[in-house]
Design a protein around this ligand. Structure first.
Ligand code: AMP
Ligand code: MG
Length: 493
């Protein structure tokens, strides 16, 4: 008998309760798994023994070649609208859900491997991942978490010792991802598109148990589940826009029921404020441009609404359409309210006043016109709140400066009669100094691909504490030098 307690206290509801929603599967063999990054803080949060996992044995688990006791590895099935076109079957083509654990706070969390080899859903792909995109997801996901934005997390990144062919030979890697679930809009779409209403209902009840337990057994719970998802997505997208994040591939299979950001592929952060900003090399039409994210989120929610129709009113579909459409129509207001509240905090405002939207719009128009660095501007604006307007004015060209807007903003602040030092402090707690600047991320990934992980560690350290300015880190606090040219991201697989 094994005297040691299992490394993971798995309790696998998905495997147990949702037969027919997945295929039980195993990871592919790889030659030489090695831990590149291990997230000790997250391991502790999950109640795991970091000492036992940050080891060669842990590397085998995180590469998918060793199944830890209690795991029930499986590939989930889902569908999805990709760039507007429906794919009736996607699914985990290169991922395995190992199982679920209950974290320190009592929350159920999925532990999933990404890049662990082909599955029945690979559709011709190799099921693998390479170092660059794996570390990108690790770095940006952890940065988003530190910025306070709901997101999947990264527990570990391992290199596999395998050479994978993309544009050329690349080192193989696997990411261990943690999520409050991997339920997607596309998971509902898969069963709805096949007319399997009982399965949609089973999935909806499962989602309710996991994400909206107060709704369990209540009347009208499926419409309320829809409203819950909509509220979470409105809040999430508002947070993205407020921080300057462009997801880049907001397909319905990348839209979670939990409201967490998922699947960091061709994502990026804006430097200059520009609603039309697109970074992804595959987003030719700008469908997923920075400023279109709320509209797209609503479109994705409409696809969820369609998938739930037969549950919302089984006897009268017209009535179901009417009810869910009315609910969906609230999205723009929910988004706007979440965004404006966040913007008020960025501007140092504690109260709501009639002209706030106007005040924000006037600022953004000027920032757009002069291509002002979004993150740096807001950080320096907090100094203006404490009386030093020089820094923020210095970002604008001399003519067409910001004075008029600043005095309007100052008047608005004066109404609240706050203490300027407090206002500055409050603003600094929501306006980061450090975000994952595209060029710094790229620089770190290039080093890692060549075997030097130091820049990745350094970057992770900077991004772990994004609101506290520290000496010697100014290189992480500004936009890319102009000579680097426009930034492009690739859908790293
Ligand atoms: P993603 O772009 O990561 O959101 O993935 C979209 C779909 O493509 C999902 O079904 C993935 O499982 C699948 N996929 C992405 N990359 C690969 C790959 N290298 N091999 C097999 N399937 C993949
Ligand atoms: Mg995806």
């Amino acid at each position: 008998m094994n005297a040691n307690p299992p490394l993971f206290q798995f309790d696998n509801t998905y495997a147990r309760d949702l037969e027919g929603f997945y295929v039980a599967w195993e990871g592919a063999k790889v030659p030489e798994p090695q831990i590149a990054l291990f997230n000790i803080e997250l391991a502790q949060e999950l109640g795991l023994d970091a000492k036992s996992l940050d080891t060669p044995y842990g590397a085998r688990i995180f590469a998918g070649i060793e199944s830890p006791e209690g795991a029930s590895p499986l590939a989930q099935v889902y569908a999805g609208h990709q760039f507007g076109g429906f794919s009736p079957q996607l699914g985990d083509g290169r991922a395995l859900l190992l199982g679920e654990v209950i974290d320190r706070d009592g929350n159920r969390r999925d532990i999933q491997l990404k890049g662990s080899g082909p599955t029945p859903f690979s559709r011709g792909g190799d099921g693998k991942a390479v170092v660059g995109p794996v570390l990108r997801e690790y770095i940006i996901g952890e940065a988003m978490h530190a910025l306070g934005i709901p997101t999947t997390r990264a527990l570990a990144a391992v290199t596999t010792g395998e050479t994978i062919y993309r544009e050329g030979p690349k080192p193989g890697a696997v990411l261990t991802r943690v999520a409050s679930s991997h339920l997607r809009v596309g998971t509902f779409q898969f069963f709805a598109a096949r007319g399997e209403t009982d399965k949609v209902r089973q999935l909806a009840d499962y989602a309710i148990a996991r994400h909206d337990p107060d709704l369990a057994g209540t009347d009208d719970r499926y419409l309320k589940l829809f409203s819950g998802v909509m509220q979470r997505q409105a809040d999430l997208i508002a947070r993205w826009v407020l921080i300057g994040f462009v997801h880049g591939v907001m397909n319905t299979d990348n839209t979670t029921i939990s409201g967490e950001t998922i699947d960091y592929g061709p994502c990026a952060f804006i430097d200059a404020y520009d609603p039309a900003a697109v970074f992804s090399s595959i987003d030719h039409g700008g469908r997923y441009a920075f400023g279109r994210q709320p509209v797209i989120a609503q479109w994705n929610l409409a696809r969820l609404a369609e998938a739930l129709l037969a549950l919302i009113d089984p006897d009268d579909l017209d009535k179901a359409v009417e009810r869910v459409s009315e609910e969906l129509g609230r999205f723009p207001d929910l988004f706007k309210r979440a965004w404006l509240n966040g913007m008020r905090a960025k501007l140092g405002l504690r109260t709501e006043a009639e002209g706030d939207q106007d005040l924000a719009d006037a600022l953004l128009a000027q920032m757009q016109e002069h291509r002002i660095d979004y993150t740096r501007f807001f950080r320096k604006l907090s100094d203006a709140a404490a009386g030093d307007t020089q820094k923020v004015l210095g970002l604008f060209p001399e003519e067409n400066g910001l004075e008029a807007w600043l005095s309007r903003w100052q008047q608005r602040l004066d109404v609240e009669a706050g203490n300027p030092a407090d206002t500055r402090k409050r603003m600094n707690s929501v306006n980061p100094v450090y975000i994952p600047r595209n060029h710094k991320v790229e620089e770190a990934l290039v080093s890692a691909e060549a075997g030097d992980f130091d820049p990745v560690h350094k970057l992770l350290g900077v991004l772990a504490d994004p609101f506290a300015e520290r000496d010697g880190l100014s290189a992480y606090a500004g936009p890319a030098p102009a000579e680097l040219g426009p930034y492009r991201t690739f859908c790293g697989t």
